[in-house]
Design a protein around this ligand. Structure first.
Ligand code: MN
Length: 216
């Protein structure tokens, strides 16, 4: 029983010029790969957790034995976050959203432009490593939040509709220290179809568990 690194759903160079091939290769193979390896190493110490999905592991971190809690938080979170991240991007993506996600963004933030400004601002202000999210709340509303390290909104009882990785490993080779430039460019590779699917899963009130996240 082990968690598995999902294959990238497109080529390493497919998100050029927004995200360069070397960044994608290192980010997927080495960084995400390490989260999966370290998560498996932690779970090996507690075989009773072997059947739980990564989402279920981080949903209630207090239920995780203390000796592996930090490892599960960081590496389970890293696995869940990056598995989402590859899928909510695509080559020739971007543009204005359509469908239900466009409606809720307009209703909540006034306009897509205002939403982008607030989202980017939250990403810039996240001190050090972390993520910026559009998260769903239990009442069905959405909000922008940022999280440190590999923390996922699931651990706060929120649904991760989509998020951007603001760790330096996500952008430093191409954008150097210019995180705002990376945040602004990132919208060009968004996969709104996938984001609409995630939003509809949230609205339908289903569990955030994604069976396609490889675990066997
Ligand atoms: Mn990352």
């Amino acid at each position: 029983m082990a968690h598995e690194l999902p294959a990238l759903p497109y080529g390493y160079d497919a998100l050029e010029p927004t995200i360069d091939k070397q960044t994608m290769t290192l980010h997927h193979d080495m960084h995400h790969g390490a989260y999966v390896k370290n998560l498996n190493a932690a779970i090996e110490k507690h075989p009773d957790l072997a059947n739980k999905s990564a989402e279920d592991l981080i949903r209630n971190l207090n239920a995780i034995p203390e000796d592996i809690r930090a490892a599960v938080r960081n590496n389970g979170g890293g696995h869940v976050n990056h598995s989402m991240f590859w899928k909510i991007m695509k080559p020739k993506g971007g543009g204005d959203p359509s469908g239900p996600i466009a409606d809720v963004i307009k209703k909540t933030f006034g306009s897509f432009k205002d939403f982008q400004t607030k989202f980017n601002d939250a990403g810039v202000k996240q001190f050090g490593s972390g993520w910026v999210w559009l998260a769903g709340k239990s009442g069905g509303e959405v909000q922008i939040i940022s999280t440190p390290n590999q923390d996922n909104p699931i651990s706060q009882g929120l649904y991760p509709i989509f998020g951007n990785d603001v760790w330096e490993h996500a952008y430093y080779l191409k954008y150097n220290n210019r995180r705002p430039e990376y945040l602004a460019a990132w919208w060009n590779v968004l996969n709104w179809d996938e984001i609409n699917q995630r939003y509809s899963t949230f609205k339908s009130g289903k569990s955030v568990h994604e069976p396609e996240l490889a675990h066997r």
